[in-house]
Design a protein around this ligand. Structure first.
Ligand code: ADP
Length: 547
């Protein structure tokens, strides 16, 4: 058995050897837990004195290694037996969270809780231990000091691979169309699932694809999607975008591309800290969400979108529980990207405790601590439109690796955005378009669209195509010109907000646009420069932008 599995067995045996009477294991994977407890309990390499393992469930009562104990279906009867039994036993009790009040609507069974407290001294004196095994961690305050929690990790790569190997043994060789590297990819994709879920996904893929091929990775993603959906606050976002779908923003793209694979085994040899993530803020419609989606496809990492609204809306669970659950799930699915969209919506009330009796602050605190301490490969991409609403703690060094600002696209960026949106739509078309997408045309379109954001440029291209369709001909340059003229950019009406955003970003953020793509701007100290000195020029705010 490899190291991580051994760790649980060692930790478990240490607690048993030290005479701990009550342990709690929070896991859905009863079979795996039992397998490892059995290894620990019977082997003198682990436990000093070998132990008999009993399991209890409401349906079966207590079941020992060689006998079923009659009349122990009732929990209190099982505890009676445990109290009187004189063997060196380990008693694994399943689903006691229900008696501890852990199921919504159920009340704690105080009689039973008291009984557990009563028998603890007897257990300690007689080398007996109770292990509570539940899919949910619920410990009543009366037992808090008596119970030790033991972490049981989800299956390792090796365990998942062994399960896959097992399934492959049952397949004829012509049904297996996976290279060694693809098999590794499939195993990596299944990380974060329980062994049963992984096995189910592999089996489903075999049936669906009449064998095992790379299509199995999608089936595994679907299985993960189920886990994610059940949280109620996370959503899997699929994307097939590439880096070429983002026009401009070269500075940010370069930074992100350099982080590729920093969560891999190979990166560990460089002793690199796990990347925390980025905060992208800026003018709406300039490609923040687009970047989150594209990075997921480029890095081959699943993208989990966290809906801040749902965390707080009270429809599923309490806000704190929702946040915890979302972060736990993201860690279980790791390596992945956690996209916190419009982060300001959730945290804007966190400054002064707000009118919601500090819930926002506590949820915010949970998130901040997690950001600070996380070791799992969950890369956070937080996007924000209104930074004034963000609490300053979020922006402090050490939370995010970098804060990027997506400004209105520069001329060169507008050229690129026009180019990619026009080409995307005319490239594989059956229609003969009457347009030459060359530098001259792009320069004209970019000059005409100063102050337009990427989303507006995309809409202009779509409107132009509608025009061409209406006239039953291919797209012409005139259609684009006409569409630009008919569009009033948002920046025209939101000049004040954009200037405020810029002045905020000037001190705190890195411009997503690369120096090569930047334009000359005027500063209010009378000088002009380009945005390369964006950060250093604390004294001179960007005065204005012409529309
Ligand atoms: P926001 O910054 O508000 O998150 P989005 O990323 O949602 O903006 O942009 C909306 C759409 O506008 C994108 O899906 C994309 O089609 C287009 N778009 C915005 N910025 C760019 C860009 N830099 N390059 C290409 N398309 C862009």
């Amino acid at each position: 058995m490899e190291n991580e599995t051994m760790k649980f067995i060692h930790d478990f045996a240490d607690l048993i050897n030290a005479g701990f009477a009550c342990l709690y294991i929070d896991s859905y994977e009863e079979d795996r837990v039992m397998q490892q407890i059995n290894v620990a309990a019977s082997n003198p390499d682990f436990v000093k004195v070998s132990r008999k393992v009993y399991t209890w469930a409401q349906t079966t009562g207590l079941v020992g290694p060689d006998k079923i104990v009659p009349n122990t279906q009732e929990a209190v009867k099982a505890l009676d037996f445990i109290e009187k039994n004189s063997e060196n036993g380990i008693f694994v009790l399943k689903d006691f969270h229900i008696y501890f009040g852990g199921d919504r609507g159920t009340r704690p069974d105080y009689g039973l809780i008291r009984k557990i407290r009563d028998i603890i001294p007897v257990m300690k004196a007689n080398r007996k231990s109770i292990v509570f095994l539940s899919p949910k961690l619920v410990i009543p305050c009366e037992l808090e000091k008596e119970i030790s929690i033991l972490d049981f990790d989800l299956p390792t790569e090796q365990e998942i691979e062994a399960t896959l190997d097992n399934l492959m043994l049952g397949l004829s060789p012509d049904k297996i169309k996976l290279t060694q590297a693809e098999k590794k990819q499939l195993v990596a994709a299944a990380l974060g699932l329980t062994l049963q879920e992984a096995e189910n996904a592999f089996s489903r893929a075999i049936v669906k694809n009449k064998g095992l091929d790379t299509g199995a990775i999608n089936v595994v993603h679907d299985e993960k999607n189920q886990t994610v959906k059940k949280t109620g606050v996370l959503e899997f976002v699929r994307s097939d975008l590439s880096i070429d779908d983002i026009g401009g923003l070269e500075n940010m793209k370069k930074w992100l591309l350099r982080r590729n694979n920093t969560w891999s085994e190979r990166a560990k040899h460089y002793d690199l800290p796990a990347p925390k993530g980025v905060l992208i803020t800026g003018v709406p419609g300039c490609g923040k969400s687009l970047t989150a989606k594209a990075m997921s496809a480029i890095w081959h990492l699943p993208l989990l979108k966290l809906d801040m609204g749902k965390i707080f809306d009270g429809l599923v669970g309490s806000s704190e529980e929702n946040m915890r659950k979302a972060l736990d799930t993201a860690e279980a699915v790791a390596p992945c990207i956690l996209w916190v969209d419009e982060i300001e919506k959730g945290f804007s009330g966190a400054r002064g405790g707000g009118g919601d009796s500090g819930t926002t602050s506590r949820v915010f605190g949970t998130f901040l601590t997690w950001m600070q301490e996380k070791t799992k490969a969950v890369f956070v991409i937080a996007t924000a439109n209104d930074i004034s609403a963000l609490p300053p703690e979020l922006l402090r060094k050490g939370r995010f690796d970098e804060i990027f600002f997506t400004d209105l696209p520069t001329k060169k960026e507008r050229e690129k955005i026009f180019e990619l949106h026009i080409n995307k739509r005319i490239r594989n078309s059956d229609i003969i378009h009457d347009i030459k997408v060359d530098d001259a045309l792009l320069s004209t379109l970019a000059d005409m669209s100063k102050g337009y954001v990427g989303a507006e440029i995309e809409q202009i291209v779509i409107s132009a195509l509608y025009e061409a369709f209406y006239n039953q001909r291919g797209l012409m340059a005139e259609d684009l010109v006409k569409a630009i003229k008919a569009t009033v950019p948002l920046s025209a009406t939101q000049k004040e907000q954009i200037l405020a955003l810029r002045s905020w970003a000037q001190e705190r953020a890195v411009l997503a646009t690369s120096p090569e793509d930047r334009e000359t701007v005027m500063y209010d100290d009378g000088t002009s420069g380009d945005d390369t000195d964006f950060r250093e020029r604390q004294g001179g705010r960007i005065l204005d932008f012409d529309l």
